[in-house]
Structures are given as structure tokens and as C-alpha cells.
Design a protein around this ligand. Structure first.
Ligand code: AHG
Ligand code: MN
Ligand code: MN
Length: 339
């Protein structure tokens, strides 16, 4: 069914529920609750410079990273709302070491993993940041959910997406029937369909990588990035470098305009041999979005992100994600060296 610009996200979610006759409306309810949390975070992000909500919270999270006040605010906002929504049985957050239980009697049939605020280093300098979420069907029995409900491979996600707090607040998500973008009209507090059926351009316009790590890259990464930089006799330099340091912002630009984002393993992060990004609430949800939009997401040894069986909540994974043509090309560079 063709999607009409301007419909509300609640209407879109309801329409896609109608595509699934067995649907009980619980996923619809879950997404709507998550959207309320996103609206609250968006309002806070937009006021951050005025309220006393910029800067460090003084805490250090499980990742060993300084927690920004806005990280903490976003984390609490999602936790408080979702623990009593009745649609999930367990949660995991980038900001919390273990699984997060829901209120007794409010256990539902899904699990939720989220990065409450991605791109924290950019909060205080007014650069786009975002929230990333991943939803699975529960697999455990009993009342409270368990890690088992979260540690499922990405191809089993029932929904995934992100909210980017930028020049406008945009929600992009998929429930497996395409990718749709909604822009928040803060004057009425409603998300309206602005990007129906998003398809990532087959050919990238941008490449996104932290070039300051060049001297730490393994050979395949260096060769691939150098290849992207070579002048193409026919079309000149086809690619521009755009790297914001907020995965969700780099990913969103590449999704709309065409691009490839890389965060491969490198010699720099001996404490992060698998690279910096996390599988459960960064790589896997964005991999579902990009594949639904016609792109690809792999590791730097050619594995499909959505096929990886997670071992633990904060497991890191190398990530190469974006336009199909360039990810295919990257795969050749990375797997050729592995032979
Ligand atoms: P988070 O703020 O949730 O910890 O994520 C930050 C991540 C990701 O958003 C970004 O792509 C990456 O860190 C940037 O890392 P470098 O500064 O090492 O490039
Ligand atoms: Mn993040
Ligand atoms: Mn984060």
C-alpha cells in the first residue's frame, strides 16, 4: 500500500499492524510508548543548552566511558517508561551493565535493547545525536525475561530503528516491510511521515571513517580507503569523506544520500579487539534498517551482521555498513586478505 506523506507515525504503525492478521497490537503499543520517550528526550536535547543538563554526570558506565548528563536522562526516560509499558519482558541499555527487569506484572512478549544516546561526545557542541533501538520476540518462559530474550541474532529482530535529534527530530524504523522516516512537528508534538519507503542509493556518495586511526589500521582497511580516494579517470573523485562521530548521524546521512561507514578492527584499541561499536544496540538494529533499505552490513571478515549470534550484552563488533556497491567492494578487499 503506497504510503502517503503527512500521515502520523501512529497511523503508519497501525496500517502495518493490519498487514499481519495475527497481530495483537502489542508491537504497536511498544513502538508508541518508545515514541513518547523519544519526544521527551527530543524536548530535553533541544533545551540542553539552557537547562543544567549539559556536561558530565560524574558517572562512568560499563563501557568505561564518562556518562554525559543527557546520556543519563535519555537512559532513565526510556527505562522508566518501558518498564511499565506491559509489552516487554526485559531490557538492555548501553548505559547499564546487566539486564534491566520490567515491573512485576507488566511482563510482555518482546525484549528491547537500546543505545539511549548515541554520539555522546557531540552533545555539548550541538552536533546531531540519536537513540537506537532493537526489538526481539521473547523466547524465554516464566515471568521475568532473561538475557536469552536479548541475545538473539539480528535477523530475528521484529523491529529496529533510531531517532536522530538534529536540525529536526526524525524517527526512522522498520518492522520488516520497508523503512520509513517521520519528522517531528514540535508545535503539535506529532511525528509525520516525511520519508516513505526509504531506499539507500546503490552507489555511495560519502565514506565515513575516523581517518585519525590510519596508522593503526590493518592492511585491508588501509587498502580499501586508499582505493576510495583514488581519482577515477571517468568521474574524478567519486567520494567525499564525512565523519561526524555520531554513528546514528553518519548512518542517517549515508542512508539518505548513499554512503559507506566503517569502524573496523584496528591496532589502536587493544582493549577493544573487535572495534568500538556494540552489536546488540548499534550494529544489529542499523543492519536491519540498511538491509530493508537495500544496503548491506558486514564485519571486516565478511560475516553478515544479522547472522552473528550474540554472546554477551555489550559485545563489540567491527562494522561496515551502507550502500551495496561499496560494501560489496569492501568485502572483496577484506576477504581477499583473509585467504
Ligand atoms: P556512544 O556515544 O553511544 O558511546 O557511541 C559513540 C560511537 C558512535 O556513535 C560513533 O560512530 C563512534 O563512537 C565514534 O568513535 P570514534 O570517536 O572512535 O571515532
Ligand atoms: Mn552509541
Ligand atoms: Mn550511547
Amino acid at each position: 500500500m503506497a504510503k502517503r506523506k503527512g500521515i502520523t507515525v501512529s497511523r503508519q504503525i497501525m496500517d502495518s499492524q493490519l498487514l499481519h492478521p495475527g497481530a495483537t497490537g502489542e508491537l504497536t503499543g511498544l513502538l508508541n510508548e518508545l515514541i513518547v520517550a523519544a519526544k521527551i528526550i527530543s524536548a530535553e536535547v533541544n533545551m540542553a543548552g539552557l537547562a543544567d543538563i549539559l556536561g558530565q554526570s560524574g558517572k562512568v558506565n560499563i563501557q568505561g566511558e564518562d556518562v554525559q548528563k543527557l546520556d543519563e536522562f535519555a537512559n532513565q526516560t526510556i527505562k522508566r517508561r518501558m518498564e511499565q509499558c506491559g509489552y516487554i519482558c526485559v531490557m538492555a541499555s548501553e548505559e547499564e551493565e546487566g539486564i534491566i527487569p520490567v515491573l512485576e506484572g507488566y511482563e510482555g512478549k518482546y525484549s528491547l535493547a537500546f543505545d539511549p544516546l548515541d554520539g555522546s561526545s557531540n552533545i555539548d557542541v550541538n552536533v546531531s545525536i540519536g537513540t537506537i533501538f532493537s526489538i526481539h520476540r521473547r523466547v524465554s518462559s516464566g515471568k521475568q525475561g532473561s538475557a536469552e530474550d536479548l541475545l538473539q541474532k539480528g535477523s530475528r529482530q521484529v523491529a529496529a530503528g533510531y531517532i536522530i535529534y538534529g536540525s529536526s527530530t526524525v524517527l526512522v524504523y522498520t518492522t520488516g516491510d520497508g523503512v520509513h522516516g517521520f519528522t517531528l512537528d514540535p508545535s503539535v508534538g506529532e511525528f509525520f511521515l516525511s520519508h516513505p519507503d526509504i531506499r539507500i542509493p546503490e552507489q555511495a556518495k560519502y565514506y565515513s571513517v575516523n581517518e585519525s586511526y590510519t596508522n593503526y589500521w590493518y592492511e585491508p582497511t588501509r587498502k580499501f580507503i586508499n582505493y576510495l580516494k583514488e581519482v577515477d579517470p571517468d568521474s574524478g573523485r567519486p567520494y567525499s569523506l564525512r565523519y561526524i562521530g555520531s554513528l546514528v548521524a553518519d548512518f542517517h546521512r549515508n542512508l539518505i544520500k548513499g554512503g559507506i561507514f566503517l569502524y573496523a578492527r584496528d591496532r589502536k584499541s587493544t582493549d577493544k579487539p573487535e572495534g568500538k561499536l556494540r552489536l546488540l544496540y548499534e550494529a544489529a538494529p542499523l543492519a536491519m534498517v540498511v538491509e530493508q533499505a537495500g544496503g548491506r552490513a558486514i564485519t571486516d571478515d565478511g560475516r553478515r551482521i544479522l547472522d552473528i549470534e550474540p554472546r554477551e550484552l555489550h559485545q563489540r563488533v567491527p562494522l561496515i555498513i551502507g550502500s551495496k556497491k561499496e560494501v560489496d567492494l569492501a568485502e572483496q578487499f577484506f576477504t581477499a586478505s583473509a585467504k
